[in-house]
Design a protein around this ligand. Structure first.
Ligand code: SF4
Length: 753
């Protein structure tokens, strides 16, 4: 069921030739990252020396994975592409929509009922188009991918920012928006700016209380939340080889917290052991056959400063357990300094809840080590002072750790096992008492700890640590407790100390599962029908956007001139709007509601030029649309930064905005606009932003000769009769101009299908 061994054979077959060509092209030894990237150049991309951080390159990923919140729009788009099957192996994972409230069984039953139509939709689309479908309860996307699909030297994209988790098994795995996933599933190449490379040399060996989590908590402290932007982080050295494959997965997972494109470890004995224990000894055998290509060249690791853009070295033997936070994952505290930081900063020392698991830390190793502490609590008559929850990453892990008695141990300590799903990690947590808004502390083994993320309370101080440290602190109920040095008083009034945690990287009896929750797609899905109720408020089939009418665009109304930061959150908010991610019409009611009107400094209030009154942005745009009038959005610098969600481009397109004219774009958003057939333009002279007036009627001239590198003209017809004509730039290449003319990239794919 799980992986496609023939696909892996094909990928490995092209490795030797491609690596040799790459070595010749760049004229020096190669890092692992470069080997994988060059081995995945798309057919049309030449093996040449690409400039890191500069060149845009087309790649050919081997797989696509999607989680349920983002898969909806990705698949709605794919359905429009006119393909009968996905071009590469792809999977859907139902993990984000399950709310944690009382415990696994009841929460899962409730979620299945509440999200039935979304699950039914995802299941039927998967069945029809050949995608593997992982049902609600099967587990969290990244853990399921690691257990079943990740393979050394592979390349995948996933519609979730923690897709890099698969780097633990040596895969270049990158988080993308749904439009990118749609393209790759439709057989198109995938474009990425050739990344910069950060090398992290690990020496020594972990011991005692320290775990793999502490490596990334330390790295986050060094590089900060922006330090990895545009880079792939490659780990190497003897220390790297000593880490379990799942520990490596944890480190790669949290590379997202430093903004890295992805993170990766080379193939080694630990990878082979994990593959074998997850019933993929045949993949390990294939990997052994090309092992020299599944790690960086010796010379690279001998002189890393010559080959990486930045190098960090960490000695695992000296590494202390860390606690990072609150409110940001890069505020790193070695445990020996954490208690003082808690006191000095006035953070609530009383720990309310400890939460372990999630896609980041729910391996057998994590659970067994945390359980060893829970067992000690029971044996030493310590009653856990905090609430304690366990979120298994997959049904396979849950079943196995249950079989081996760990869940029972947690239960004895008062722990509650939640569903195999994201739950509290994505704010799907009906935390009792959360509505009180009081200042309080929680600690998790998850990856993100932004304000409000877990329970919506801005006063919840959320810290991140290893499952071992979370468990110890939950037993103590106190953030200032250092299990390495401090003692606790037990039920008998006796002072006791916790011993170092112990566990196993892999289960001695092997993994087991009764029903992993996987649904194989139909061999021939042509007769499978996908049902979307026309009255649904959560799902809506997409209609093709109209092609360009073949003329210049005249008489566009200014919808909004946005001032300052305008991220994808300002353009298409998340939170309660998550519910409408599969319904373009409904989610369009959040279009630009967070953008600041440059004329009034107000949000979600713009002048309707037809009535002269101020109204909400979506309603105003709907009025223009109803009257057959196009509009234009004007913005400031780095417009559309933030997430890669395509809704931020689809909503204006859907509501009839014809162009976005800004000082500069965030690149992914600019590409998303192009893909949706929208005009994304930049002021040739950024100061011309000031010429745009609130009552302007705007023309875009030059579209009939639209060509790469050729400026267009924008005519600002002011209300007083005066006119300003300005030059605007664009970055459309020939192919992207065809997207614009066709109405969207999808329309073009469809026309060629
Ligand atoms: Fe994202 Fe958290 Fe779910 Fe992992 S567990 S996929 S980080 S929401």
């Amino acid at each position: 069921m799980a992986f496609d061994i023939e696909m892996i054979k094909k990928v490995y077959a092209r490795y030797p030739e491609r690596i040799e060509a790459a070595r010749k092209a760049v004229g020096r030894p190669l890092t692992l990252t470069e080997k994988i990237l060059y081995a995945h150049l798309s057919e049309g991309a030449a093996s040449q020396a690409y400039s890191r951080g500069v060149s845009y390159v087309d790649f050919q990923p081997d797989r696509v994975a999607m989680q349920d919140a983002t898969a909806q729009m990705a698949l709605l788009q794919f359905m429009q592409a006119g393909k009968s099957q996905v071009a590469v192996p792809s999977t859907v994972h139902c993990d984000h929509l399950i709310q944690a409230e009382v415990g696994a069984e009841k929460d899962l039953t409730k979620a299945k009922d509440k999200n039935k139509e979304v699950y039914d939709f995802l299941a039927s689309v998967s069945n029809k188009y050949g995608l593997g479908f992982w049902k609600p309860g099967a587990g969290i996307i990244h853990q399921v991918v690691l257990e079943n699909y990740a393979f050394p030297g592979g390349m995948m994209i996933g519609t979730d920012s923690h897709t890099p988790n698969a780097g633990g098994l040596g895969m270049v795995a990158i988080g993308v928006g749904g439009a990118d996933a749609c393209d790759v599933m439709a057989g198109l190449p995938w474009e990425l700016k050739f990344p910069k490379l950060i090398g992290v040399k690990l020496t020594g060996k972990l011991s005692g209380w320290t775990s793999a989590k502490d490596v990334i908590l330390k790295v986050a402290g060094i590089l900060t939340v922006k330090g990895g932007t545009g880079a792939i982080v490659e780990y190497f050295g003897d220390g790297a080889k000593s880490l379990s494959a799942t520990g490596k997965g944890t480190i790669c997972n949290m590379g997202a917290e430093i903004g890295a494109t992805t993170s990766i470890f080379g193939y080694d004995e630990k990878s082979a052991a994990y593959l074998a224990s997850t019933e993929r000894a045949d993949v390990a055998e294939l990997a052994n056959g090309i092992a020299e290509h599944l790690t960086g060249d010796d010379e690279v690791y001998a002189n890393p400063a010559t080959y990486f853009d930045e190098v960090i070295e960490i000695n695992l033997s000296e590494l202390e357990p860390h606690v990072n936070g609150p409110f940001t994952p890069d505020l790193a505290w070695p445990i020996s300094k954490f208690a003082a930081a808690v006191k000095e900063n006035g953070w609530p020392a009383k720990l309310e809840v400890g939460l372990i698991g999630s896609c980041t830390n729910s391996s057998y190793e994590d659970i067994s080590r945390a359980a060893s502490l829970a067992q000690q609590a029971v044996d030493k008559k310590l009653v856990a002072k905090s609430e304690y929850t366990i979120t298994p990453g997959s049904e396979q892990v849950r079943f196995t750790v249950d079989r081996d008695g760990f869940l029972d141990t947690f239960g004895q300590m008062g722990g509650v096992v939640l569903a195999n799903a994201c739950g509290p990690c994505i704010g799907q947590w009906a935390r009792h008492g959360a509505e009180k808004q009081e200042k309080n502390s929680i600690i998790t083994s998850f990856n993100r700890n932004f304000a409000k993320r877990a329970d919506g309370n801005p006063n919840t101080h959320s810290f991140v640590a290893s499952p071992e440290i979370v468990t110890a602190l939950a037993i103590a109920g106190d953030l200032t407790f250092n299990p390495m040095t401090d003692s606790l008083i037990n039920e008998d009034g006796v002072s006791v100390k916790l011993d170092e945690p112990s566990g196993l990287e892999l289960p001695t009896k092997g993994f087991a599962v009764e029903d992993a929750g996987y649904q194989q797609p139909a061999e021939d899905g042509s007769n499978v029908s996908v049902v979307v109720s026309p009255t649904s408020d959560r799902l809506q089939l997409l209609d093709s956007f109209k092609p360009w009418e073949g003329t210049d665009l005249k008489g566009l109304k200014l919808l909004i001139k946005a001032k300052g930061k305008c991220t994808t959150d300002h353009i298409s908010m998340a939170g309660p709007w998550l519910r409408f991610r599969g319904h373009l019409d409904n989610i369009s009611n959040n279009m630009l509601i967070g953008a600041v009107n440059a004329y009034t400094d107000a949000t979600n209030s713009v002048k309707n030029q037809l009535t002269g009154t101020y109204g909400e942005v979506p309603a105003t745009q709907r009025d223009y649309k109803a009257n057959g009038i196009g509009s234009i959005v004007v913005g400031d610098e780095n417009y559309g930064e933030g997430s890669s969600r395509e809704h931020a481009a689809m909503e204006p397109r859907f509501l009839g905005v014809r162009a976005i004219l800004v000082k500069s774009f965030a690149r992914i958003h600019e590409t998303n606009l192009k893909k949706q057939g929208m005009l994304g333009l930049t002021f040739a002279n950024p100061a011309d932003y000031d010429l745009v007036q609130e009552d302007d009627s705007i023309d875009i001239i030059g579209l009939t000769t639209f060509a790469p590198g050729k400026q267009l003209q924008v005519v600002l017809n002011h209300a007083d009769g005066s006119v300003d004509t300005i030059q605007v730039n664009h970055t459309y290449n020939e192919g992207q101009i065809e997207w614009f003319k066709a109405g969207s990239a999808l329309n073009l794919i469809k026309a060629k299908a």
